[in-house]
Design a binder for this molecule. Structure first.
Ligand code: ZN
Length: 354
């Protein structure tokens, strides 16, 4: 009897400690204000904002795609309307149109429009993957984000103290055959959309070329604050991402739609990476919500927020539809959770929620 008793006595405090740890992190979810730093709110339905309020989330909603000013204006209407109703709970980011790119006055016109948007409340500029993967000049060459035409624009954004969020390129999986892809959502998406599957289109720019164009932009504008959307398109390897974070002090990344890429990498390595770069990582989901998919997206985001929190805050075994097999949570401490869920967003996006 004696050894068993001793074991129980020894085990009890440990069990109690583990339970209280997880309990505390669940409490923390309810207690702290969290930021989802990359969403696309294209509805005025207050239900999504009320859900965010109930879950303790604030939003950074991002206008995106440079095909036309009309498309940007449509997104802007939603952003402004929601900002007006929930000024402390949401901020928005603008973008520019590539229409008439080769006109001599294009750059000046973009700067004029950005100045107006910043004056009206936009806290930054988004540049999207259509730069590098869609737009071509009159000679048929792809236009990249390190093109000299963009330089005055990035100088202007830096001079205004605003942040650029850059989604340049795609996940590296996009350039691999479907059976070599690491996560199920990429496998499914690129099977259904062969037109976007770059492995099938070797005439398009490579993943490396696109990442290099973004790296050049960072190097050319050391005074520009730049957040790489979607783990900066280096989601496949925390070492690759760490190399850029080391090289460019003006660079941070959001995790939008890429948490699953952490979950398929070595847990200890990912955990060490997050601890080391705890000031440079922003939690985000890439929620896209409009009148068309409203119910479905509300149900999805509520689950996503809870699942991601469990992953970052506990050591529990978990499963995800995007990942083969079981993986364990990262068990990050409160200080780091507060940074990635809140403080870093405020630091990298000055003016957020003002
Ligand atoms: Zn997005």
């Amino acid at each position: 009897m004696r050894p068993i008793k001793t074991n129980i006595i020894k085990l009890c405090p440990l069990v109690f400690l583990l339970m209280s740890c997880n309990g505390n992190q669940a409490d923390l979810y309810d207690k702290i204000t969290k930021v989802d730093a990359h969403v696309h709110i294209r509805t005025e339905d207050p239900a999504i904002m009320e859900l965010a309020k109930a879950e303790g989330f604030k939003f950074l909603t991002i206008n995106t795609r440079s095909s036309s000013q009309e498309h940007i204006d449509n997104q802007m209407r939603f952003a402004k309307a929601v900002k007006q109703n929930y000024p402390d709970r949401i901020s928005y980011i603008t973008t520019f149109s590539m229409e008439n790119f080769e006109d001599p006055s294009w750059g000046e016109e973009v700067i004029r429009t950005l100045q107006r948007d910043f004056n009206e409340g936009a806290i930054g500029l988004k540049v999207w993957k259509d730069i590098g993967m869609t737009f071509r000049d009159s000679l048929g060459n792809f236009i990249f984000i390190d093109d000299p035409m963009f330089e005055p624009i990035f100088d202007f954004v830096a001079s205004q103290g605003k942040t650029v969020i850059a989604h340049i390129g795609e996940p590296r999986n996009c350039w691999l055959p479907v059976d070599s892809m690491t996560v199920s959502n990429d496998k499914n998406y690129f099977s259904e959309h062969p037109e976007y599957h770059m492995y099938l289109h070797p005439d398009y720019p490579s993943h490396e070329k696109l990442v290099e164009s973004r790296d050049n932009l960072l190097a050319m504008h050391p005074d520009l604050r730049l957040v790489g959307a979607h783990l900066g398109s280096l989601e496949w390897d925390v070492d690759e991402l760490a190399a850029r974070l080391d090289r460019f002090p003006n660079f941070a990344v959001d995790m939008a739609a890429r948490v699953c890429h952490f979950q398929v990498q070595d847990r200890e390595k990912v955990r060490d990476f997050i601890i080391k770069y705890q000031d440079r990582l922003l939690y985000a989901t890439d929620l896209v919500i409009s009148g068309d998919n409203f119910e479905q997206q509300v149900a999805w985001i509520e689950k996503e927020w809870r699942a991601d929190w469990k992953y970052f805050s506990t050591n529990e075994a978990m499963e995800s539809p995007n990942v083969d097999g079981v993986f364990n949570g990262l068990g990050l401490d409160t200080k780091i959770l507060r940074k990635i869920y809140h403080d870093n967003a405020l630091k990298w996006y000055p003016g957020l929620f003002e």
